[in-house]
Design a protein around this ligand. Structure first.
Ligand SMILES: C=C(O[C@@H]1C=C(C(=O)O)C=C[C@H]1O)C(=O)O
Length: 254
């Protein structure tokens, strides 16, 4: 584990996130998938269709061993059954008392209340199963990336133990945040994901050159607005990753 390898991981996760957003943008908003229907209220399944789908999917994936890896954190851990998959001895690179740190609750609420309305066009075509299946992929990709802040923090801590130890002992959150921040890196990440949205979200046709999207056709030819992806990272993905880093560090000496 080094700063280069964790940054390579985050860079590769960008591809997964941008693709997952492109896939979700294929469907309209499909509002009925997201509210608790009246006939459910007070019953055992008191949740939206999207939530039920994520819970049930996580249960299946837990049996398949998905959460045996510390890189994966379920949104509904209390429902996760025991794995049936072949055991594998994952090496744990995290400090065990801090490994629990995650911001899945925040990711959940920001995804549904903030991101989805910006990502999907208004409308209802009834394709609820495919729609929430694509939500699950987005949520899992975002969760893996953001909660990977634990690994980033571990690397940064090991690289500068003395300074971090002092600040952690003093619970100096502002100074910790300052020490873990690299503005140049954040700027590069935001510009790269915007570019990825331009490259991956292009229409590919057999005739003529690859569409540039920017000059003649305008933004409309991108499947997901590249500036939205830039904003998503700047206002949400990066700040939440840093929250994970900070929370992890605060538990790093427990
Ligand atoms: C992840 C890192 O830590 C911070 C968070 C970043 C991010 O979420 O992309 C980028 C730079 C840092 O401010 C890093 O240094 O690479």
């Amino acid at each position: 584990l080094s700063l280069d390898t964790v940054r390579d991981f985050l860079t590769r996760e960008e591809d997964t996130i941008v693709f997952s957003l492109i896939e979700r943008a294929k469907y309209p908003l499909n509002p009925p998938a997201y509210y608790v229907p009246a006939y459910f209220a007070g019953r055992r399944h008191d949740a939206s269709f999207a939530e039920l789908f994520v819970r049930e999917s996580e249960a299946v994936q837990a049996k398949a061993g998905r959460y045996q890896s510390q890189q994966e954190i379920p949104f509904f851990p209390f429902r996760v059954p025991f794995p049936l998959a072949p055991p594998y001895n994952f090496t744990s690179e995290l400090y065990s008392a801090a490994a629990f740190v995650n911001v899945n609750d925040e990711i959940w609420s920001v995804y549904f209340s903030l991101l989805l309305p910006l990502l999907a066009k208004n409308g209802d075509d009834g394709s609820y199963a495919a729609t929430v299946a694509s939500d699950l992929v987005c949520l899992q990709a975002l969760s893996r990336r953001i909660n990977y802040g634990r690994y980033v923090a571990e690397v940064k801590f090991r690289g500068d133990q003395q300074n971090y130890t002092t600040l952690i002992r003093n619970k100096d959150k502002d100074a910790l945040m300052k020490l873990l921040t690299s503005e140049a890196q954040e700027d590069a990440v935001k510009r790269r994901v915007q570019k990825k949205a331009m490259v991956f979200g292009r229409n590919v046709t057999l005739d003529g050159p690859v569409e540039t999207g920017d000059s003649n056709n305008g933004r409309a030819s991108f499947k997901v607005d590249p500036s939205l992806v830039y904003k998503l990272y700047g206002q949400w993905v990066i700040p939440l990753t840093k929250q994970v880093e900070l929370q992890y560090l605060l538990h790093r000496l427990d």
